[in-house]
Design a protein around this ligand. Sequence first.
Ligand code: ATP
Length: 267
Amino acid sequence: MTTDALIDIKGVTHAYQTADGPLPVLNNLNVSVKEGGFAAVVGPSGCGKSTLTRLIAGLMKPDTGEVWLHGERVKSPRSTVGMAFQNPVLLEWRSILKNVMLPLEIVPTKLTNTQKEDRARELLSLVGLEGFEDKRPSELSGGMRQRASLCRSLVHKPEVLILDEPFGALDAFTREDLWQTMHALRAEEPFTGVLITHDLRESIFLADQVLVLSGRPATTQYVMDIPTDAPRTLDDLYTPEAAERLNILRHQIEIAQGRATDEGEAA
Ligand SMILES: Nc1ncnc2c1ncn2[C@@H]1O[C@H](COP(=O)(O)OP(=O)(O)OP(=O)(O)O)[C@@H](O)[C@H]1O
């Protein structure tokens, strides 16, 4: 296969088999993310965003179409994909450090135990959790737990990081802090990312490409490229360019929901 895309989803169609018959979820979906790219996926509730992440991670196979990661067809679960979700599932009987080290116990690695620990400590320090390594998850705030969960999803240096609404349960200020942490992490530890979110500001702040999926069964309805020439700051969200991008995306979501048409008229 000749493509410079690290993630290449080609013509994927999928339906879940339910008691009421097939539920078509994805319809001829095409998504391409280049190495080091960061794509945000937005779309109406229930349109198939999480299904897309399961396909990338190899947790399920599409009915038709192909999923490729780094030039290899995905047919089974991939340990080279890291995932973080809205509710970080940290194990209460393990310290924060040991929680972060968990993937290194599961995914084959040549690191010694000391190197594994150093790696986990380094990431925890990068997200501002130095000094909390020996705490239990319940001793941390929600934002701190999510930081630890991000470290855990990156500790084995995955090719792809999938973030499924990881900041959705956090208050607005903590969420903005975490957005900046994401940029810091990416600067230190470049990865290819796919972020599922309902927050359009989050999508334009974090991603270099925003994909709007149509209503179910989802197809790629609109793609917005966001150039990344300089490090982003929260002030960038209050510029006329940001306002225009948010307006375009909001309108596209309304089209996906069937509440507006292409011409901007109410449906
Ligand atoms: N294992 C399953 N079996 C049957 N139906 C499923 C299954 N998983 C998801 N669905 C249905 O498929 C549709 C798409 O689900 P999915 O979780 O991918 O959507 P989503 O866009 O991530 O949703 P949300 O925005 O609400 O998080 C939903 O209608 C959901 O109920």
